[in-house]
Write a protein that binds this ligand. Structure first.
Ligand SMILES: Cc1ncc(COP(=O)(O)O)c(C=O)c1O
Length: 615
């Protein structure tokens, strides 16, 4: 039995203080104040069939986050990503650093032990010393020197080959000759495949059956054998571990291993060498966090040789396992994880990586999906390169932090960790990038459904540039509703425009932070109808043939589907908005069927924007 839950991506609450909750119990250390998580989460209990190996490959994109399964022996606290809310750029502190140092008293080894391991790591047979480049435009805009550590330029377009190669190169020859195996649908798979090619060893890469062809074919091209198993990363991982035992292969983990961590730590060693070109000392290094291997390695090196440099992790708001683990002082498991930055979509951080991070890192900065998109755009404008979302995460964190703490004339380094971008995902990135940089706002205005209204509305918009516009006549309503976006130079412009609208009795809402509007409602505007018993749900569909039919078989014709909005997002599961007319007395039956369907879902019970725009 596995518990799956789906909470819609949240609106960021602008709080200057750190606030944390868990669904089950109130946590009171270390960061008060505490508030109740009011959002109702519908959790679907689903039992999954055991994974079956599939020989023929499925060529459809799907959700493929690298979810780390919790260690069997450890019972982990289950928490929701939304239980930690703070402003973007605020440093969620690591309150344990000093205590952890004392607790361990050097006995278990930390920075010092790793320093030697890192210095002795062999990664340069496959990896290159990536450049540390100044981002000139971004530096000018932020008033700080922003340095990019270009791991996206590595042979397989991410840093992951460092750790994989280091671990594999260190295996005794007879062990390596028995072959290696790993489970990954992402950058780790390519790192292992390339390392195996270089070392002349046999490699099996296990991926979920829904892995897009572009991913498994690139691994196959490197000479590894691809086995597609199960619907999720967890299933692929269980299979890989079983096979490792049965076939005597060595399992290569994506992050939680000292040799993998040391391999990634070579990036820290290079930064120390390369920082000589800087006009002053480094203030902070921003590192994306998934399972924590990259930051643990970099921190282990830097905190030993240059402890004054801050090592700051960056996570998406909806994939914040390290920030929450540091807060609770123990590893936690997220009840769900946002898949947009799939390289860091991890539910549980590693055991060893957490031990090191708890001791060594300064804290974690959280950023939104929109901000990641804006940083992908910045990188494109700066270097004409496209980063994948996880690859741009550190850049987004560096920018948010510089702004939040009003940093000036400091040297900050961001690890641009990967460029394996799914091309289809670019559509979403381009749509959100301007919002993420506060250059675009999404609005709704209500006006009398009468001749001349539209003209008056346009006059009030004035000089602002309208970038999107949706309107449809509705004979049953006195007020027409317009959903639109405007380009922005400064927030004051927007505030002035909204004030003009309000003064003319044209009610106007700023919906820029409402993800439901940005993902779905902007495309549905005009479909306003009042329907009896309409239940609004967000589903995550696996992107594969038959998924829609399975959904329809579950609900139709039992209930009328009154709304359906689907938008493919590359390799993640597709977010689908569905309206279904279900009488209150039939809700239990509806939930049973939804749970059996085993797609993640949540009922949108109180989305104000939906009520205003669609009813
Ligand atoms: C591009 C990219 N960035 C960052 C990470 C996070 O690395 P780690 O899991 O070691 O924290 C990954 C992990 O695969 C990745 O692929």
């Amino acid at each position: 039995m596995e518990v799956l839950g789906f909470v819609p991506a949240k609106t960021i609450l602008f709080r200057s203080k750190f606030t944390a909750t868990t669904g089950k119990e109130t946590v009171n250390k270390p960061g008060p104040p505490i508030f109740e998580n009011k959002r109702r989460i519908i959790q679907a209990m689903v039992s999954k069939p055991p994974p079956a190996a599939v020989e023929n490959r499925v060529q459809v994109p799907t959700m493929s986050p690298e979810l780390a399964a919790p260690a069997q022996s450890e019972t982990l606290l289950k928490v929701s990503p939304s239980s930690l809310q703070c402003e973007a750029g605020y440093l969620v502190p690591n309150p344990w650093a000093e205590a952890a140092e004392e607790e361990e008293n050097g006995a278990l080894g930390g920075g010092m032990e790793y320093l030697t391991k890192i210095l002795m790591s062999s990664v340069y047979d496959v990896a290159m010393e990536s450049e540390l480049q100044l981002a000139t435009k971004l530096s000018k805009r932020l008033g700080n020197n922003v340095w990019l550590k270009r791991e996206d330029l590595q042979p397989v377009f991410s840093f992951k080959l460092r750790g994989a190669y280091n671990m594999m190169a260190k295996l005794p020859k007879d062990q390596r000759d028995r072959g290696v195996i790993c489970s990954s649908a992402g950058n780790h798979a390519q790192g292992v495949a390339l390392s195996a090619q270089k070392l002349g060893c046999d490699a099996v890469i296990v991926m979920p059956v829904t892995t897009p062809e572009i991913k498994w074919s690139s691994v196959e091209r490197l000479g590894a054998k691809v086995v597609l198993v199960g619907d999720s990363y967890d299933e692929a991982q269980s299979y890989a571990k079983r096979q490792a035992e049965e076939e005597g292969r060595t399992f290569i983990p994506p992050f939680d291993d000292p040799d993998v961590i040391s391999g990634q730590g070579t990036i820290g060693m290079e930064i120390v060498r390369q920082m000589q070109v800087m006009p002053g000392p480094i203030h902070a290094i921003f590192v994306p966090i998934g399972g924590g291997g990259l930051i643990a390695g970099i921190a282990a090196y830097l905190k030993t040789v240059s402890p004054q440099i801050k090592i700051i992790g960056v996570e998406p708001f909806d994939a914040n396992a390290m920030a929450l683990s540091l807060h609770h002082g123990q590893r936690v498991v997220l009840d769900q994880v946002g898949g947009f930055a799939d390289g860091v979509a991890v539910k549980v951080v590693g055991e060893e990586t957490f031990r090191l991070c708890r001791k060594l890192i300064d804290g974690v900065v959280l950023v939104s999906r929109d901000a990641i998109c804006a940083s992908i755009k910045d990188m494109f404008e700066e270097k004409r390169n496209i980063l994948e979302p996880a690859g741009a995460l550190a850049l987004a964190g560096a920018e948010a932090y510089c702004k939040y703490y009003r940093l000036e004339d400091k040297n900050v380094v961001a690890i641009t960790s990967g460029a394996n971008m799914n091309f289809d995902r670019l559509r979403l990135v381009t749509e959100l990038a301007n919002v993420g940089r506060q250059k675009e706002a999404v609005l709704a205005t209500f006006m009398p459904e009468e001749p001349g209204s539209f003209k008056r509305f346009c006059e009030l918009v004035g000089q602002m540039n309208i970038t999107e516009f949706n309107y449809r006549y509705n004979s049953e309503k006195e007020k027409a509703q317009v959903l639109y976006s405007v380009g922005l130079h400064a927030k004051a412009e927007l505030e002035a425009m909204i004030a003009r609208m309000q003064a003319s009795q044209l009610d106007t809402l700023d919906l820029t932070d409402n993800d439901l509007v940005k993902d779905h409602l902007r495309y549905l505007s005009g479909g306003r109808t009042h329907l009896q018993n309409e239940v609004l749900c967000r589903f995550v569909f696996p992107e594969r043939p038959g998924a829609l039919m399975k959904f329809l078989d579950t609900f139709s014709p039992r209930w009328n589907i009154s709304l359906f909005h689907y938008r493919a997002q590359g390799e993640t599961g597709a977010n689908v908005l569905v309206g279904i007319q279900v009488a209150k007395s039939e809700m239990d039956e509806f939930r049973d069927r939804a749970n059996n369907l085993a797609y993640e879902y949540a009922v949108e019970e109180n989305n104000k924007a939906f009520k205003l725009l669609m009813y």
